[in-house]
Design a protein around this ligand. Structure first.
Ligand code: C5P
Length: 225
């Protein structure tokens, strides 16, 4: 079984997917964490402090050296991401990574590199993967596809709570979400869009548990496996 969960930033996709993985006893892969890890590597190694951008040419030349893996941490019930042997699960959530990730995720070389790995992960067993292009590009034949959206205000609030305590204002968070939405929707290579056969869920007025219950209910009613 492959469950694809796509949608906008800060709609709760990853935490919903993590709980669904527990419920169905399958593996959760947060594909956004992979784009964030590549971005973190770029910031550490190829960041130009003057232009405040990552040198994408150098990053692309060195992509093959960035070895990513996930390891399940039973204490946090999270499949945590590693670069080599270093656990970077926390560091990939910092603001500087959020500010740079959608530019890095636009690069076709980066997408090819990660989509191949995501497809391999899907061959290892039952998987729930969340991201932007899982139902459209990574697993167009997924067993179930969901596309989650929510109002901008709700998404800003969720992100604010997720990263609190923080020095960032709600305004700065809103700006970052808008920028990432714009990059994600407008990029040429596998833009963020709902797959025709995905179930649309607007969870602006649903909490996390209600979103999870809605999806479980749908899967249980429609699962012929
Ligand atoms: O899911 P999350 O918000 O952590 O993802 C970080 C960024 O990675 C997104 O803003 C998007 O630019 C990129 N991404 C992507 N395709 C995916 C998952 C994430 O382009 N499948």
């Amino acid at each position: 079984m492959i469950i694809a969960i796509d949608g906008f930033s800060s709609t709760g996709k990853s935490s919903v997917a993590r709980e669904l993985a527990k419920h169905f006893n399958i593996t959760h892969i947060d594909s956004g964490a992979m784009y964030r890890a590549i971005t973190l590597y770029g910031i550490r190694n190829f960041y130009d402090p003057i232009s405040k951008t990552i040198n994408t040419k150098q990053l692309i030349q060195n992509l093959n050296q960035i070895i990513l893996k996930f390891e399940y941490n039973p204490n946090t019930s999270t499949n945590e991401i590693f670069i080599g042997e270093e656990n970077v699960e926390k560091e990939i959530r910092t603001h500087i990574v959020s500010q740079n990730v959608s530019v890095i995720a636009q690069l076709p070389e980066v997408r090819n590199y990660l989509v191949k790995q995501q497809q391999m992960l899907g061959k290892t067993g039952d998987v729930i993967m969340d991201g932007r292009d899982i139902g459209t590009v990574v697993f167009p034949n997924a067993t179930f596809k969901f596309f989650i959206t929510a109002s901008e205000q709700e998404r800003v609030n969720r992100r604010y709570l997720e990263i609190s305590p923080t020095n960032l204002t709600r305004e700065q968070i809103k700006e970052n979400l808008r920028q990432r939405d714009k990059h994600d929707v407008e990029r040429e290579d596998s833009p963020l869009k709902k797959a025709d056969d995905a179930i649309l869920i607007d969870n602006s007025s649903l909490n996390k548990q209600q979103t999870i219950d809605l999806i479980i209910d749908y899967i249980e009613k429609n699962n012929s496996f």
